[in-house]
Design a protein around this ligand. Structure first.
Ligand code: NI
Ligand code: MN
Length: 227
């Protein structure tokens, strides 16, 4: 069993789990760093962390074309159903969705969540994804929170953390998050997409090396890593 993930830019990732595809926060159209076109993506499931446009992105179009199940919280799921998405799996923090080739457990995130049209999107989430024998934590957009210690109590193979600051935690808090989560690998996201969230990822990776026991995984959009 193996898990390979590809960074599509911003917080969008495509997971290949023994040949089956799981997509997360597919913001591609209008994403200056997008590594793929929404039209060319195949996926069986799409996890969406919260309702902001830079996370919902192309979810509706991809779900309609591929028939992928959209996994999200209750309020977002109702919005997707109203948009014509047929296959929606709704949950909330503490719950786990079993997608067969993966499981996704909703976690809390400290952030906000409304759709670009103003519709309330419920509580924002992260996900603990179990697949291919690996445990992965996708933080979504969030501030640092102490429950990350509990999320890290299972041995995480990888954590995906925002580092862009301003709308989410920045570099300092991502270092503390990495200490609490204690994953084997840590992947930065939600930075450099636009000038307000510019970060020096080389400095970040150096600090991860020196201050935590995790290995930083840094690549350009389009880059892949196999666990
Ligand atoms: Ni957001
Ligand atoms: Mn965001």
């Amino acid at each position: 069993m193996s898990v390979t993930f590809t960074w599509l830019g911003h917080s969008a990732f495509l997971f290949d789990i023994d040949g089956r595809k799981l997509l997360v926060d597919p913001f591609l159209t209008d994403n200056p760093l997008a590594a793929m076109n929404a039209d060319e993506i195949e996926a069986e499931a799409i996890l969406v962390s919260h309702a902001h446009g830079d996370h919902v992105g192309d979810t509706v179009a991809i779900a309609e074309r591929t028939g992928a199940v959209v996994v999200c919280n209750f309020e977002m799921g109702n919005w997707f159903l109203n948009q014509g998405v047929e296959n929606v799996a709704q949950g909330n923090p503490g719950g786990t969705y079993d997608g067969g080739f993966f499981k996704a457990k909703w976690t809390i995130a400290h952030h906000s969540s409304s759709f670009p049209d103003g519709t309330y999107g419920g509580q924002p989430n992260g996900f603990i994804i179990t697949a291919g024998g690996k445990k992965m934590y996708f933080a979504g957009d969030t501030a640092l929170f102490m429950d990350m210690q509990q999320i890290g109590a299972v041995r995480l193979d990888v954590a995906f953390l925002p580092i862009g600051d301003l709308f989410t935690m920045g570099i300092d808090d991502s270092i503390q998050a990495t200490k609490w989560l204690n994953p084997q690998h840590v992947v930065p996201m939600h930075f450099n997409t636009w000038p307000p969230i510019t970060q020096d990822v080389v400095t970040w990776a150096d600090r991860i090396h020196r201050e935590t026991s995790a290995s930083p995984v840094v690549f350009d959009p389009g880059g892949s890593f196999t666990l």
